[in-house]
Design a protein around this ligand. Structure first.
Ligand SMILES: Cc1cc2nc3c(=O)[nH]c(=O)nc-3n(C[C@H](O)[C@H](O)[C@H](O)COP(=O)(O)O)c2cc1C
Length: 274
């Protein structure tokens, strides 16, 4: 605990610089559910963060670190932060069928996913699209993010093929692992890949150490709160995503420029029929 306490002190300047105070761990009632409060009008400068918890467990360490860290950023002074968290395990997310129907046709018209009416992915995509920043928490499974995470990310192919509709959103990852050196950082960087392919901006935990993200260390459901260092990293990742989302949103509002990315059906494909 001594290290964590020292770290709180050493990071004070960093958080003061972005107008945040440091959290006072442990927070009370960190698993309390919050109602979605996305601001959909797009006119205010509220910073919307969408959190995706990807554990199959009902009470999961990864959901706890995600929820607690976002609440800590608000408690630390981010009054303009609004967040919404979903646990993928509570929603129906079918595998991508690789039918290649979705995306964009030759005239540029967007074609929906054939499964949009048979599961919850359309709704989850709407939440992703409304978000200014994205946070993902995942348990580490054999050194990788969870299967629920992979299954969901495969379904974002449609957003990539519709001119990278998730482009320029900052993304931070929190992984919870049962073992020290059990693959936490590998799982984090693995989780970056589908976001990179979507044109998102993966970020770490910002100043102090600029690490890959947050690695929480816990096994039994709920024990993550004892990992002060991990919880602190979760806070830092959330603060980093929040502050970059704010910079990007303010920059786009000021310049009127959104750095659009156009999807190419042909670039990088073989020059022969295959
Ligand atoms: C199928 C499975 C695979 C796992 N693989 C790893 C692993 O590779 N490394 C590790 O440190 N922990 C591993 N764990 C432990 C979990 O990552 C750990 O218990 C984590 O806190 C669970 O998070 P959750 O409560 O959010 O589900 C594994 C657990 C399961 C069920």
């Amino acid at each position: 605990m001594k290290t964590a306490a020292l770290r709180f002190v050493s990071h004070n300047a960093t958080f003061e610089a972005i107008g945040l105070a440091l959290p006072d761990w442990p927070l009370s009632a960190i698993v309390e559910q919050r109602q979605p409060k996305l601001h959909l009008d797009g006119t205010s400068m509220v910073i919307n963060i969408f959190g995706i918890a990807t554990s199959p467990r009902k009470v999961s360490n990864s959901r706890i670190i995600l929820e607690a860290s976002l609440r800590a950023v608000i408690d630390a002074g981010a009054a303009d932060l609004s967040y919404d968290i979903v646990s993928l395990s509570e929603h129906k997310v079918q595998s991508c069928l690789a039918c290649k129907v979705c995306g964009k046709d030759k005239t540029g018209k967007y074609i929906p996913c054939v499964q949009y009416d048979s599961d919850d992915v359309r709704m989850l995509h709407e939440k992703l699209l409304q978000a200014d920043g994205i946070l993902v928490s995942t348990p580490v499974y054999f050194g990788l993010p969870s299967d629920l995470f992979i299954q969901f990310m495969n379904r974002t192919r449609i957003l990539r093929h519709q001119d990278f509709r998730l482009a320029n959103k900052p993304v931070g990852i929190m992984a919870t692992a049962g073992r020290r050196n059990g693959g936490g950082e590998i799982a984090i960087t693995a989780a970056w890949h589908p976001f990179l392919r979507n044109g998102c901006i993966p970020v770490g935990n910002g100043g102090g150490t600029s690490q890959y993200g947050a690695v929480g260390w816990a096994t039994q459901s709920g024990t993550i709160t004892q990992d002060v260092w991990g919880m602190q990293q979760g806070f830092e990742v959330s603060a980093r995503v929040y502050s970059l989302a704010k910079i990007i949103k303010a920059g786009m509002a000021e310049t009127g420029y959104a750095f659009p990315m156009e999807f190419s059906e042909t670039d990088g494909k073989p020059p022969f029929e295959c």
